[in-house]
Write a protein that binds this ligand. Sequence first.
Ligand code: AMP
Ligand code: GLY
Length: 423
Amino acid sequence: MKILILGSGGREHTFAWKIAKSPLCKSLFVAPGNSGTHTIAHNIDVKVTDFEAIKNVVITHAIDMVIVGPEDPLVQGIHDFFLSDADLVNVIVIGPQKAAAELEGSKEFAKEFMYRHNIPTAAYKSFDVSNIEEGYKFLETLKPPYVLKADGLAAGKGVLILKDLNEAKTELKHMLLEAKFGKASTKVVVEEFLDGIELSCFVLTDGKHYKILPTAKDYKRIGEGDTGLNTGGMGAVSPVPFATEDFLNKIETQIVKPTILGLQKDNLPYKGFVFIGLIKVGDDPKVIEYNVRMGDPETEVVLPRLKTDLVEIFKAISEERLDKINIEIDERAATTVMLVSGGYPGTYEKGKEITGLVNVKDSIVFHAGAIQKEGKTITSGGRVMAVTSYGKTYKEAIKKSYQNIAHLHFDKMYYRKDIGFDL
Ligand code: AMP
Ligand code: GLY
């Protein structure tokens, strides 16, 4: 098969790394890709939301399968675009159709879905300019801290957690009346704060059947001890040690099953990954959010633990026979540590040369914000590379990642030295 991956992060390098091993993969393209995918696939300089340009690539290279990495093209309807075009209709697309991608595209849509299908989540109400006064009143009925969420996609920045009631009211006003997050905050979901520890559950579905992949925990804050600003993710661990068999069973019966059944009942066409952001409150899982793609950097620990051929799995998804596939998981733990540009998630410099990659032993370096230029690997983004290792335990794995990071260098490189500290 000829396969195209859309995206340019560590997640997409990991997909490419895994797919390149498949005997079913004849040639592999990544658009736009990065310095990591450059070494194992053909990078094509096309934007993930430029559907006409993607169509061109698919036709020129006779692509059989497209794997969509990030959420934007899914929420904008790339799968529907393929289905409605006679030249593309037979190409396999991994990722939900637009109607189902609303699970990530609209927080209100996701909350209504959870309520309709009795999936445990925080109590909420949503507001727009027409009922902002009710929003203030609803906030008064809640206990602090207050959780405000821009309804639409806001590049991971649309959630505010505030300790003070007046501050929460002011922020609600900023979001609704002053478009704090642009169009994304035309509507705001106000919800109950859930106190607990977070983890992520990844599910593959063909729309009818599902398979649960290993759990992972990511570290979102920039600072050690989970302090400072939110980032795309600074590291991850899989499996999650506190996710016992009993707890995993609860996730499956209370959340995964009703989610997949709910997709069917609501006629939401879904062939792809469901990423369920969970929080463990007491002994019970509750859903914080759905994403309609894999997580980054969670992919960098989940896919390395998957032994089964991923292309085989994707083919089964397209043919709605996922129930016939046996998913094999590596018993070992995997961890990843993200190296980022100094200043991230605020402003940072790009174009710094990355050295020491040849000295890495026994870890896998997944490139993210890095490109190949004039024979050098240089930084091109905030999150630059993820250093993944295996171990009998996550502690052993994390030690290996840190040992190898010592070989790597670029100007103003920063990383968290405490990934896994809370486990
Ligand atoms: P989201 O973009 O929905 O993943 O929210 C970003 C982060 O905000 C989550 O990863 C949680 O850490 C936090 N968060 C969101 N909703 C809640 C909630 N209801 N209670 C506590 N924390 C939350
Ligand atoms: N690491 C969180 C995400 O991919 O959304």
